[in-house]
Design a protein around this ligand. Structure first.
Ligand code: NAP
Length: 251
């Protein structure tokens, strides 16, 4: 079985970077499990777009902040085929411009539950299925971090930056843990990408407002992150593990 015949679980595959990754991976022959939190219509649109090009995809509701949802997501993936890759893409930002001395415990806990615990639990389920130690065929885990992990996002959302710093450490550690078990683990740190996440943080035009600070003087597009995701998933990246790639126009 070629790796591209296998199933890819993409959390947050309904919109933005996850949607672009779903379309790019489907175009390469992967079977796609499109995870989504609540926007069923968007998830169904992604599935329909893939099927229109003779690809295979299903949409599965999964709030990665809930372990029971994650278990259900992977059970659905098992019914769809053999897992070959996980893209830990689902992520949230809190309201932009809130300092740490103003942050509620609830905000910080939700941030960590979705961005960190959710990613680790999804990876746990993927390793159980893909590790040769457990009788699996190997595979790839791609963790979506952010350049915020290196910049810290002061006066913007330090909690988000800290959650992505945790993802970078997780990519390093898990990659080393399973390097001898047929699983590669790699991360991507996107820069300012033109998606709806900025609206969720209360600043819809954030990416364009800050584009002049990017050395390449422009925002990035979801497809540019998707291209890096499918490269990391592919055999062209067969010696790449335990590392995180900046895809950020130089910033
Ligand atoms: P987006 O456009 O806001 O899309 C978010 C996606 O995640 C949607 O599919 C959404 O599902 C899903 N999602 C949200 N909360 C979830 C939860 N609790 N459980 C499961 N899925 C959830 O975001 P994006 O910009 O594409 O961001 C994707 C990833 O890239 C995130 O990890 C983000 O931190 C990272 N990133 C983005 C940028 C950027 O500038 N855009 C930069 C660096 C890193 P619904 O459609 O159901 O709501």
């Amino acid at each position: 079985m070629r790796v591209t015949d296998r199933v890819v679980v993409i959390t947050g595959g309904s919109r933005g970077i996850g949607r672009a990754a779903a379309l790019a991976a489907a175009a390469r022959g992967y079977r796609i499990v499109v995870g989504y939190a609540s926007n069923e219509a968007a998830a169904k649109e992604v599935v329909a777009s893939i099927e229109a090009k003779n690809g295979k995809a299903i949409a599965v509701q999964c709030d990665v902040g809930k372990e029971s949802d994650i278990l259900r997501l992977f059970e659905a993936a098992d019914k769809f085929g053999t897992l070959g890759a996980l893209v830990n893409n689902a992520g949230i930002v809190g309201k932009s411009g809130v300092r740490v001395d103003e942050m509620s415990a609830e905000r910080i806990q939700e941030m960590m539950a979705v961005n960190v615990t959710g990613s680790i639990l999804c990876a746990r389920e993927a390793v159980k299925r893909m590790s040769t130690k457990h009788g699996g065929k190997g595979g790839v885990i791609v963790n979506i971090s952010s350049v915020a992990a290196k910049l810290g996002a002061p006066n913007t959302y330090v909690d988000y930056a800290a959650s992505k710093g945790a993802i970078d450490s997780f990519t390093l550690g898990l990659g080393l843990e399973v390097a001898g078990e047929g699983i590669r683990v790699a991360g991507i740190r996107p820069g300012l990408i033109d998606t709806e996440i900025h609206a969720a943080g209360g600043e819809p035009d954030r990416a364009h407002r800050l584009a002049h600070m990017v050395p390449m003087k422009r925002v990035g597009h979801a497809e540019e992150i998707a291209n890096a995701i499918v490269w990391l998933m592919s055999d062209d990246a067969s010696y790449v593990t335990s590392t995180t790639l900046d895809v950020s126009g130089g910033r």
